[in-house]
Ligand binder design. Sequence first.
Ligand SMILES: Cc1ncc(COP(=O)(O)O)c(C=O)c1O
Length: 375
Amino acid sequence: MNWKIPLFKIYSDDNDVDQVAEVIRSGMNWATGPKVNELESRVADYVGTKYAVTLNSGTSALHAQLLAHGIGKGDEVIVPSFTFIATANCPFFVGAKPKFADIEKDYYGLDPESVKECITKKTKAIMPVHVGGYACKIEELREIADDHGILLFEDAAESLGAKVNNKMVGTFGESSMFSFCGPKVITTGEGGVIVTDSKDIYEKIKLLRSHGRADTKDYFSTNEYLDYISLGYNFRMSNITAALGVAQMDKLDKIISIRRKNAEYLTKAIKKAGGAVKTPSPSKDRFHLFQMYTIESEDRDALMKALGDAGIMAKLYFPPVHLSHFYRNVLKYSPSLPMTEKLASRCLTLPMYPQLTKDEMDLMAEQIGKFSKRR
Ligand SMILES: Cc1ncc(COP(=O)(O)O)c(C=O)c1O
């Protein structure tokens, strides 16, 4: 569908094209190469962790992370259902099981009380999600993990640059994942990265992403035998992709700043237009990136349709994972998650990206205002 205002647009400039073109024109290092290391240092420096390791998607990153931490058969990982399905699927990839905890209403993240109720002898880790660039109750979750001697992995796919009390998201867990898939704050098309302070986990993920090969040198530019010392996959991010990542990192702070300004403008415009919806009101201790701008409405489906009729793409993030056909009918999951289901019936994510114009935001606000007056 050709939307007048799509849900997201990628923020790109000549630097993206130039950096990628440079690698392509070199005729070398399209698979592995120095841009991968450069992107990894940039991400580690930005987040403030000792290590970063890139992979070909956020999903591969979650998969490799669970393997690296030794999660496996018989283990349980506590996850939200209010997330993209990859969060819940990853435990299955390694023979473990996801256990769904409910979310809280303020940040749409895991509710610490519900997490506590989910902990059993089998629980090995908690994997919260920071939804749409807004940090969940990660400090409380860190405490719970410590109290119970279990691991904490942050699914920060959507939240590179988000903070709680000035501490970067991604630095609370034993290791954490960011995604570079299309709609994220910065993107390489597809891609992901794990950040960690653990040298051991860093080394393990490097082996897992590249066939278990001890890549002490660049495989494609040495004729030395590099030994295979464990089982591994091809989860590598290409050097071409990493070049794009480096160029996108250059813009990250600018992108975040424009998103935050746009979000503020849109909230004011919706209020001015008389929109009877709950707009985001970020708490003072949190730095919200607005990777998603989510409102709540009693009449969500009708509002989504009205916006769609006006050419504005709005969408539910997230349809709960436990209500999908696969989880409900195939895996037979039926957890009790009242807040997840309540919020999933009210939430609506509106278009939000740096290139949004004031006119476009005014149009969105006007449509929401008109809709509210008709009800
Ligand atoms: C919360 C969450 N977890 C995991 C993923 C998976 O990341 P990717 O699409 O890069 O595999 C995504 C992204 O779509 C996501 O939003």
